[in-house]
Design a protein around this ligand. Structure first.
Ligand SMILES: Nc1nc2c(ncn2[C@@H]2O[C@H](COP(=O)(O)OP(=O)(O)OP(=O)(O)O)[C@@H](O)[C@H]2O)c(=O)[nH]1
Ligand SMILES: [Mg+2]
Length: 201
């Protein structure tokens, strides 16, 4: 499959899942727009964003689906994670319930998702150390047992938010052109070049 060394352009579908209020939208807004709102509105259905990251070896364009965490939207989730190359499963470090919910999402993705999915477990609101209910070690060891990458972030202070997306981009660039769903490899500039699909979407 065509792969042009240092000039690869990759387009990748990324989905965020997790309980309501864990900060999924806030993480995306921090990454895409550099913004944070103390009173972020709860997402209805899902929201779409896109952002490009340039690495030495590749340019990665993320098509980001920020899903709604409210239980009534649960049945919509497969529409957003189907065909995704990467998933961020978020919990709130101040809520053990949200950690439990994150584990459920991981299980659902493992059962129904793509075996090559790049999955990251994210403990958000790391700035609220005084209210912490989920130890870093708990998140870390669950991630390790399940082969996930793990990070604690704060959308509020921006801690580890860019790192999160860079790490995913690096993993996707390394994985392509193996059989990874949700990744599109393009020749030339993003959006203009002839599309070369390195994998099924
Ligand atoms: N202190 C702190 N608050 C945060 C952080 N991230 C998000 N919040 C707050 O938590 C609340 C919920 O954030 P959202 O980004 O809307 O959460 P969500 O996961 O998108 O929620 P749903 O759309 O309902 O699924 C908002 O009031 C945010 O301001 C963070 O890192 N630290
Ligand atoms: Mg939201």
């Amino acid at each position: 499959m065509a792969r042009t060394g240092t000039n690869n352009n990759i387009q990748a579908k990324l989905v965020l899942l997790g309980d309501m209020g864990t900060g999924k939208t806030s993480i995306v807004l921090r990454f895409v727009k550099g913004q944070f709102f103390n009173y972020q509105e709860s997402t209805i259905g899902a929201a779409f964003f896109s952002q490009v990251i340039s690495l030495n070896e590749a340019t990665v364009k993320f098509d980001i689906w920020d899903t709604a965490g409210q239980e009534r939207y649960h049945s919509l989730a497969p529409m957003y994670y189907r065909g995704a190359a990467a998933a961020i499963v978020a919990y709130d470090i101040t809520s053990m319930d949200s950690f439990g919910r994150a584990k459920k999402w991981v299980q659902e993705l493992q059962r129904q998702g793509n075996p090559n999915l790049v999955m990251v477990l994210v403990g958000n609101k790391a700035d609220l150390e005084a209210k912490r209910k989920v130890d870093t070690k708990e998140g870390e060891s669950y991630a390790q047992e399940n082969g996930l990458y793990f990070l604690e972030t704060s959308a509020k202070t921006a801690q580890n938010v860019n790192e999160l997306f860079y790490e995913i981009a690096k993993r996707l660039a390394g994985a392509c052109p193996s059989q990874t769903a949700g990744i599109k490899l393009q020749n030339g500039s993003l959006g203009r070049g002839r599309s070369v699909f390195c994998c099924s979407v």
